[in-house]
Design a protein around this ligand. Structure first.
Ligand code: NDP
Length: 265
C-alpha cells in the first residue's frame, strides 16, 4: 500500500509562502508521506493554474493538495478555490468543506483552526461555557475558529465574539476573554492591559519584522509575549505554537484523504 501523497502548489516567490510550503514538504518527509512541490512562476495565468488544479483533481496518485495563499494579484483566489475537488481539499477551504464544517458535519477542517482545537484538547482545557474572543475574521482562521468553538461539540460550547478592523475599543472585548485567539498580522499589538488575568491566549499571527540579523528579519506574533505571558494560564509562542500545529493537521487531513474516511456529499 502506498503512503499518503500531498501536493503543494506555490505560485510566485513570496518568501514567507516559500518557507511555509517547505515546512509542509519537510514534515511529509519526516512522516513517511509522499509529497510533491509544484512551483509556478509569478506570471502564471489564472487559466494555467486552473488547468493544473483540474489535473490534480482527477490524478489518482494524489490524495490531497493545497494551493498556497496568497496568490499573485492577477489571479482570483476565490475562483481558484472553487475549482478544487472537495475530496482532495485538505486545507478545508472549498465551500463544500467550509459549509459542512459550519453545519458540524464531517469535513476536511481548515488546518489552522483545527490545530487550535487540538492545542485546546491536548492541553486539557475545557472550553465549555467560556467567553472566547477571536480577533480577526478571515475565511481561513478567524471565521472558522469562531464557528468551531461556538458549536455544540466536546471542544466547543464557548460564547464567541469575533472582532474585525472596524471594531471600536477592541480591548473592551479582549479583556473579557477567557480564551483569546488573535489572528490579525499586527506584530505585538496585544498587550498585558488588554488581557484578563488567567486567560488562555492563542497567538496565530506571524509577521516578518526586519532587523539587522544575517537573515534580515525575525518572526513576531500578534501578542506581545513577554508582556502578556505572566498574566496568562496558557499562551502559545511565535514561532512554535500554532504554526507547527497547522502543518500537523494538514498532514492529518492528508492521511484522512488517503484513507477516504471523510465522505464529502
Ligand atoms: P487576513 O489578513 O486575511 O485577515 C486579518 C484579519 O484581521 C481581518 O479580518 C482584519 O479585519 C483583522 N484585523 C486586522 N487588523 C486588525 C485590528 N487592528 N483590530 C481588529 N482586527 C484586525 O489574515 P489571516 O487570517 O490569513 O492571518 C492572520 C495572521 O495569522 C497573519 O499574521 C498570518 O501570517 C497568520 N497566519 C498564521 C498561520 C499559522 O499557521 N500560524 C496560518 C494562517 C495565518 P478586516 O476583515 O476588517 O480587514
Amino acid at each position: 500500500e502506498r503512503p499518503p501523497h500531498l501536493v503543494a502548489v506555490l505560485v510566485g516567490n513570496d518568501g514567507a509562502s516559500q518557507t511555509y510550503v517547505n515546512n509542509k514538504i519537510k514534515s511529509c518527509r519526516e512522516c513517511g508521506f509522499e509529497s510533491t512541490l509544484i512551483k509556478k512562476d509569478h506570471a502564471t495565468t489564472e487559466d494555467e493554474l486552473i488547468r493544473l488544479i483540474k489535473r490534480l483533481n482527477v490524478d489518482d496518485s494524489v490524495d490531497g493538495f493545497i494551493v498556497q495563499l496568497p496568490l499573485p494579484k492577477h489571479i482570483d483566489a476565490n475562483k481558484v478555490l472553487l475549482t478544487i475537488n472537495p475530496e482532495k481539499d485538505v486545507d478545508g477551504f472549498t465551500p463544500q468543506n467550509f459549509g459542512l464544517m459550519a453545519l458540524g458535519l464531517p469535513s476536511y477542517k481548515p488546518a489552522t483552526p483545527y490545530g487550535i482545537l487540538k492545542l485546546i484538547q491536548r492541553n486539557n482545557i475545557d472550553p465549555t461555557g467560556k467567553r472566547c474572543v477571536v480577533v480577526g475574521r478571515s475565511n481561513i482562521v478567524g471565521k472558522p475558529i469562531g464557528i468551531m468553538l461556538g458549536q455544540n461539540k466536546s471542544i466547543g460550547n464557548c460564547t464567541v465574539t469575533i472582532l474585525n478592523s472596524h471594531t471600536q475599543n477592541i480591548e473592551k472585548y479582549t479583556r473579557e476573554a477567557d480564551i483569546l485567539i488573535v489572528a490579525i498580522g499586527q506584530p505585538k499589538m496585544i498587550k498585558a492591559d488588554m488581557v484578563k488575568e488567567g486567560a488562555i491566549v492563542i497567538d496565530v499571527g506571524i509577521t516578518r519584522v526586519s532587523d539587522d540579523s544575517t537573515k534580515g528579519y525575525h518572526l513576531e506574533g500578534d501578542v506581545d509575549f513577554e508582556d502578556v505571558a505572566p498574566k496568562t494560564s496558557f499562551i502559545t509562542p511565535v514561532p512554535g505554537g500554532v504554526g507547527p500545529m497547522t502543518v500537523t493537521m494538514l498532514l492529518y487531513n492528508t492521511l484522512l484523504a488517503r484513507k477516504k474516511v471523510v465522505q464529502i456529499v
